[in-house]
Design a protein around this ligand. Structure first.
Ligand code: NI
Length: 397
C-alpha cells in the first residue's frame, strides 16, 4: 500500500503544486474563502465525493466511501490567509493586495485535495469512510473549527461519525520531507488582554489637579503584571504574558485622559489559564484603585491548549516511521502558537502533526506570518501521500 500511495503522490505531484500556486496567488481572508471553497468543490465533486458547501459559512465537507463497511475518520485542512503584504517576487505571488498565504494554509488545502484524490483511487480496497474538512477562518478569532463542530462535522449529521481526526501544519523550521509530532500538550492557549485606564486628562503642569495620571497608572500595571507568571504560575507550567501595545496618546505638555495596554496571554494548562485570568484582573484593578484611576479589564478567550491524544500521536509517529523512515521523523518541542484544531481534539481522539517545508539551499527559511514566507514544494511530494497512508492504516487497523 505504501509504495502504491507514494507512486500516486508522484503522479499527482505537479497537479498538487499547481493547486497550491493557484491558492497562493488568490489568498482569501477568514470567512471570505469563496474561490478557495469553489476550487475544493470543483476538485472533489467530479470524483463523486459527497460534497457539502457553506458549512460554518465558507467551509466544505466531503465524504469518500470505501468499497466495504468499516470505521470512519476525519481529516482537516484550514483555508484562510493573513492580512500581510507579500514580499516574494515569484509569478504566483499574491494577486490580492495586503492578503497573503503566510501560514501555509494554501499548502494544507492543496495537500488535503491530493490526499482525497489518492484515497479516491484506492477506494475499492478501503473499508469505512473518510470525511474531509476544509475549514474557514483559522487565523481569526473565534475561528471556524467550533462552528463546524456545532454544525455536526464530528457527528452523524454528515454520515458515519468519525472515530478520530488528524490535521497537519507546515513547519518552516523542519526540512522538506520530514514529519514532526509531539504527544500530549503541544500548542498553547492564547487569550487577548485589553486594559483601559481612565482619568480626566489635562495640562502637564498640573497633575495634582487631575486626581490621577492614566499613563503612570498603566506603567505601574504593566510592571505589576509581570508578577502573574513569575509569582503565581506553578514552575512546571509553561506560560507567557506579553503586553505588546501601550498607548498613552498625550503630548509633552498633555496628560491623556486614558491609557491602553494590550497583550497576549498563553499557557499550556487549562486550569492555570483561567486562574491566571483572575490574577491579571486583580493585579490590574487593584493597582488602578491604589492610584484612584478607573479601569476596564477585558480578557477575550481564544483557542484552548492543543492536546494530542497520546495513542493517536504514537500512531502518527509509527506510521510516519514506516512512510518516511525513522531518520525523517522528529519529536517536536512545545509550540507557543495557538490553533483551533485544538477544538476538534477536545471532541474526538486524534493528533495534529507537522510536515517540514524548509530548504536552506533554496533560501526557503522564512518564518510563518512573515512577508517572505514560502514553502519548498518538494514537501508536497510527501505530505498528501503520508496523510493518505495514515488514513488507510487507521481504517484497516
Ligand atoms: Ni496556520
Amino acid at each position: 500500500m505504501r509504495e502504491r500511495i507514494q507512486k500516486l503522490n508522484d503522479e499527482l505531484f505537479e497537479k498538487i503544486v499547481d493547486v497550491r500556486r493557484t491558492l497562493h496567488r488568490n489568498p482569501e481572508l477568514a470567512y471570505s474563502e469563496r474561490e478557495t471553497a469553489k476550487l475544493v468543490t470543483d476538485t472533489l465533486e467530479p470524483l463523486g465525493l459527497e460534497v457539502q458547501t457553506g458549512v460554518a459559512r465558507t467551509g466544505v465537507v466531503a465524504t469518500l466511501h470505501g468499497g466495504r463497511p468499516g470505521p470512519a475518520l476525519a481529516l482537516r485542512a484550514d483555508m484562510d490567509a493573513l492580512p500581510i503584504q507579500e514580499e516574494n517576487a515569484f509569478d504566483f505571488a499574491s494577486a490580492n493586495d495586503g492578503v497573503m498565504h503566510a501560514c501555509g494554509h494554501d499548502a494544507h488545502t492543496a495537500s488535503l485535495l491530493g490526499t482525497a484524490t489518492i484515497l479516491h483511487r484506492l477506494r475499492e480496497q478501503l473499508p469505512g469512510s473518510i470525511r474531509f474538512l476544509f475549514q474557514p477562518s483559522e487565523e481569526k478569532l473565534p475561528g471556524g473549527a467550533l462552528p463546524m463542530i456545532e454544525e455536526g462535522v464530528l457527528g452523524e449529521a454528515f454520515g458515519p461519525a468519525p472515530g478520530a481526526i488528524f490535521g497537519q501544519h507546515v513547519h518552516p523550521g523542519l526540512d522538506a520531507g520530514k514529519i514532526g509530532i509531539r504527544s500530549g500538550r503541544y500548542m498553547a492557549s492564547a487569550d487577548e488582554v485589553h486594559i483601559r485606564v481612565e482619568g480626566k486628562g489635562g495640562h502637564a503642569a498640573t497633575p495634582h489637579l487631575l486626581d490621577t495620571d492614566p499613563t503612570l497608572v498603566a506603567a505601574h500595571i504593566l510592571v505589576a503584571l509581570q508578577s502573574v507568571v513569575s509569582r503565581y504560575c506553578p514552575p512546571d507550567v509553561p506560560s507567557v504574558l506579553t503586553i505588546g501595545r501601550f498607548i498613552a496618546d498625550g503630548a509633552t505638555n498633555v496628560i491623556p485622559s486614558q491609557a491602553v495596554l494590550e497583550g497576549s496571554f498563553r499557557s499550556l494548562d487549562e486550569d492555570w489559564r483561567f486562574e491566571a485570568h483572575e490574577h491579571i484582573r486583580r493585579v490590574a484593578e487593584k493597582t488602578a484603585e491604589a492610584h484612584g484611576a478607573q479601569i476596564n479589564v477585558d480578557i477575550a478567550t481564544g483557542y484552548p491548549v492543543l492536546h494530542n491524544d497520546p495513542e493517536s500521536a504514537q500512531f502518527v509517529r509509527d506510521t510516519a516511521v514506516r512512510y518516511v523512515g525513522e531518520e525523517n521523523v522528529v519529536d517536536l518541542d512545545m509550540w507557543y502558537a495557538s490553533e483551533d484544531f485544538a477544538w476538534f481534539l477536545r471532541k474526538a481522539p486524534g493528533a495534529f502533526y507537522r510536515f517540514g517545508t524548509r530548504n536552506e539551499e533554496k533560501n526557503i527559511v522564512h518564518g510563518l506570518h512573515t512577508p517572505r514566507f514560502t514553502i519548498d514544494e518538494e514537501a508536497l511530494r510527501m505530505a498528501p501521500g503520508f496523510m493518505a497512508y495514515l488514513a488507510t492504516q487507521y481504517l484497516t487497523a
